[in-house]
Design a protein around this ligand. Structure first.
Ligand code: TXA
Ligand code: MG
Length: 345
C-alpha cells in the first residue's frame, strides 16, 4: 500500500513525484486533497481520470505560504489581500481572474482560478518542497466524484484501491492524521466584484460573519451566473446508503416505523437516543466545529454498516452550523423521497 508516514524524506519524494507529473494525495486542515502540478495539463487530466470527475469542473490551486498570487491571478482586488491577510494560511479559497499564462485545465475552461494556502504542516512542507515553493498544486478532495470527502489517509486508500497500487495513477498518499476542520474550505468569489460584490460559493468553517467583518459587506449568495462549483451541486458528498434527516421530535417515531417495516437503520446524532434500535450509531459532538470535524468519518463508518438508511438527527439551523447544514443537505439530496416511499409501502 502506498500510504506513507509524512517524514521529511517522504515529503521530498512526494514533491519530486509531483514535479515528475504524478499524483500525490496529501492532508490539509479541511480534507485530504488529490494533488497534481497545476501547470501540467496531463497531470491535471489524471486527477479527473482518477476521480471520475467531469473535466469541465475547476480544481483549487494550493500554494505555499508567502507565494505570489500575482503569478496565478490578474486584476486582483484589494479585498483579496484583506482576506489573505486575515485567513491564510487556512480554510479559505478565493476565486480570482486567471492569469493569461495559467493553463485552463485547472479552471475547467473558466477564466477564473481558485487559490488557497493550506495551514496543515504536511501540506505546507509539500508545497515548499515542490518547485522550491514557487509551484501550485491543483487538488480537489481525494475521493471519487460525488462521494464523501476523506478526513483520514485511510479514507483515501479506501476510495482509490486500484489507483494506489504500484504503477497506479497515485504515486503516494501522505498520512497527516485526521483533518482538523473536517469539511471543505469556504469559497469566496472575488472575480466579479464590480458587478456582484463578493459571493459566497461554498460555506465552510470561516463564517459569513468573519468574512463580513473583514470585507465590510456581507458576501452574497450565488446567483445563476456565479462560477460553477461541483461542491455546490445539489447531490454531492454522499455515502452509498441513502441519508435522511429527521427532526429530533420525530426521530423515535420514524425509527420505530422503519423497524416495524423490517428496515435496518444506522443513526447519526448529537444527542443520545437510547430508545432507537440501530445497526450502528455514531454520536457526534454537539458544537458545530466538533460536528464538522467528525462528520465525514461518521458517515463513512455508518455506510459500512450497510443499513437500509442512515438516519440523521436534524442539526440546529444557527449560522455557525451553515457549513455542516450545507454538506448534510447535499449528502441527503438523492434520498429526499426514500423515507416517504418506505413508510407508505
Ligand atoms: O478544502 C478544500 O477546498 C479541499 C482541500 C483539498 O483543499 N478541496 C476541495 O476541492 O474541496 P474540490 O475540488 O473537491 O472542491 C473545490 C470546489 C469545487 O466545487 C470547484 O468547482 C470549486 O471549488 N472551484 C475551484 N476553482 C474554481 C473556479 N475557478 N471557479 C469556481 N469554482 C471553483
Ligand atoms: Mg470534492
Amino acid at each position: 500500500m502506498n500510504v506513507v508516514v509524512s517524514t521529511p524524506d517522504a515529503i521530498v519524494t512526494a514533491a519530486q513525484a509531483l514535479e515528475a507529473g504524478r499524483l500525490v494525495a496529501f492532508p490539509t486542515e479541511t480534507v485530504y486533497g488529490l494533488g497534481a502540478d497545476a501547470e501540467n495539463a496531463a497531470a491535471v487530466a489524471d486527477i479527473y481520470k482518477a476521480k471520475g470527475r467531469p473535466s469541465d469542473h475547476p480544481v483549487i490551486v494550493h500554494v505555499a505560504p508567502g507565494a505570489d498570487i500575482r503569478y496565478w491571478a490578474k486584476d486582483i482586488p484589494h479585498e483579496a489581500d484583506q482576506l489573505i491577510a486575515a485567513f491564510w494560511p487556512g480554510p479559505l479559497t478565493l476565486i480570482l481572474k486567471r492569469a493569461d499564462h495559467i493553463p485552463d485545465a485547472v479552471s475547467g475552461g473558466q477564466d477564473t482560478v481558485g487559490i488557497r494556502c493550506p495551514s496543515h504542516p504536511v501540506a505546507q512542507q509539500l508545497l515548499l518542497a515542490f518547485k522550491n515553493g514557487k509551484g501550485g498544486v491543483a487538488a480537489p478532495s481525494a475521493n471519487k466524484f460525488g462521494h464523501v470527502s476523506p478526513t483520514l489517509a485511510q479514507h483515501v486508500a479506501e476510495e482509490f484501491t486500484q489507483e494506489i497500487l504500484p504503477g497506479g495513477l497515485i504515486a503516494a498518499v501522505l498520512d497527516g492524521g485526521q483533518s482538523e476542520v473536517g469539511i471543505e474550505s469556504t469559497i469566496v468569489d472575488l472575480s466579479r466584484l464590480a458587478t456582484h460584490g463578493p459571493v459566497l460559493l461554498r460555506p465552510g468553517q470561516i463564517s459569513t460573519a468573519q468574512l463580513s467583518e473583514v470585507l465590510g459587506v456581507t458576501p452574497a449568495s450565488p446567483d445563476a451566473a456565479a462560477p460553477r462549483a461541483s461542491g455546490t451541486l445539489d447531490a454531492h458528498y454522499a455515502p452509498q446508503t441513502p441519508v435522511v434527516q429527521v427532526a429530533v421530535a420525530e426521530l423515535d417515531n420514524v425509527a420505530a416505523q422503519l423497524q416495524a417495516k423490517g428496515k435496518t437503520i444506522a443513526l447519526l446524532s448529537y444527542q443520545p437516543h437510547p430508545g432507537i434500535v440501530a445497526l450502528a450509531v455514531r454520536r457526534l459532538p454537539a458544537d458545530a466545529a466538533g460536528y464538522a470535524h467528525d462528520l465525514y468519518a461518521g458517515l463513512r463508518e455508518l455506510d459500512h454498516a450497510h443499513a437500509d438508511l442512515i438516519l440523521v438527527e436534524a442539526i440546529p439551523q444557527d449560522k455557525e452550523w451553515l457549513g455542516v447544514n450545507d454538506r448534510l443537505r447535499r449528502a441527503a439530496f438523492d434520498s429526499r423521497d426514500v423515507l416517504q416511499k418506505i413508510l407508505q409501502a
